[in-house]
Design a protein around this ligand. Structure first.
Ligand SMILES: O=C(O)c1[nH]c(=O)[nH]c(=O)c1Cl
Length: 310
């Protein structure tokens, strides 16, 4: 009922974790692998291990979350060795998230993956909002075009990009024109809405320490923006480029809406952080109930079929 084909691999569910949530350690990744999620993705890795920003750097609110983790991770080799080992054990589809702090380091990082035995999918994170002094790559259209042009002169393995939310139709147009130039496997929209601010009114204080309390927003706050980005890119991108929808998934209805907008897979971040890996079981069940009520027996029957008002 929920089966989804991605890169020729049949998944039992369209759901997976959003990079950054419940995917820092092998223990967490194993929990995801043994859950009702259809696939999993690793925490965005840099070449070397990183401490990340000072704590508190993550905070759950009633309507979602705010984070300024600062890219803490155990380093590329930790995750690369893990996914290669699982690949050798027969795992067919895996996602490895990566990024670096400079143009050259990004090229070096992807070259290393290209030379490795990893055959799975690489998600190139172009949208981390929380490294002080580092503007998000994907908000710089020329840089993004230059970087992807060079990457695709040597990278031949499946590559997706993780994008920040855009808020202007001209930006959807410009970014889609750039992305359509490349043999991308998918586009993942959206990353957190960067540089929001949450306040504890009792203390009259911000809730996270880095960057004076500024951090990326997730959860209910961002669903309308996430759905708009999924829809906008689905409408503009070459059909060979798949879409992963991320942002604002609280229940099965939200999963349905992402797929209605065109998402091939749907990622869960904040709600996974709040609920743990059982969230995938709940969301799968809730989605099935909605599909039954509507008479759908497969995701293809409604994927991308959002209607406008004529
Ligand atoms: O601060 C982070 O580690 C972080 N936080 C986010 O909300 N998105 C990202 O892509 C990353 Cl890399």
């Amino acid at each position: 009922m929920l089966k989804t084909n991605f890169l020729g691999v049949e998944l039992a569910s369209p759901l997976m974790n959003a990079s950054g949530v419940h995917c820092m350690s092998i223990e967490e990744l194993e929990e995801l692998a043994n859950s009702q999620a259809g696939a999993f993705i690793t925490k965005t890795a840099t070449q070397l291990e990183r401490e990340g920003n000072s704590k508190p750097r993550y905070y759950d609110t009633k309507l979602g979350s705010i984070n300024s983790m600062g890219l803490p991770n155990k380093g590329l080799d930790y995750y690369l060795n893990y996914v290669i080992e699982r690949q050798q054990q027969g795992t067919q589809l895996q996602f490895l998230s990566v990024t670096e702090m400079s143009y050259e380091e990004n090229i070096n990082l992807l070259s290393k993956i290209q030379r490795s035995g990893y055959q799975g999918v690489t998600e190139f994170n172009l949208s981390c909002p929380n490294v002080p002094g580092k503007p998000q790559i994907a908000y710089d259209f020329e840089l993004t075009k230059k970087l992807l042009s060079e990457v695709f002169t040597f990278f031949t393995k499946p590559l997706g990009v993780k994008l920040p939310p855009y808020f202007d139709i001209a930006h959807f147009d410009e970014m889609a024109t750039i992305l359509n130039k490349f043999p991308l496997t998918y586009v993942n929209s959206v990353n957190s809405i960067g540089n929001g601010l949450c306040i504890n009114i009792d203390k009259e204080q911000v809730v996270i320490k880095p960057k004076g309390g500024f951090g990326g927003l997730g959860g209910e706050y961002i669903k309308p923006t996430a759905l708009a980005n999924v829809r906008a890119f689905r409408e503009r991108l070459n059909p060979n480029i798949k879409i992963i929808g991320t942002g604002g998934v609280i229940n099965g209805k939200d999963v349905f809406e992402h797929i209605l907008c065109g998402a091939d897979l749907v990622q869960v971040g904040t709600t996974l952080h709040k609920e743990g890996v059982d969230v995938f079981t709940r969301l799968n069940e809730e989605l099935k109930v909605i599909m039954k009520e509507k008479g759908y027996t497969s995701l293809e029957q409604f994927r991308g079929r959002l209607k406008i008002i004529e």
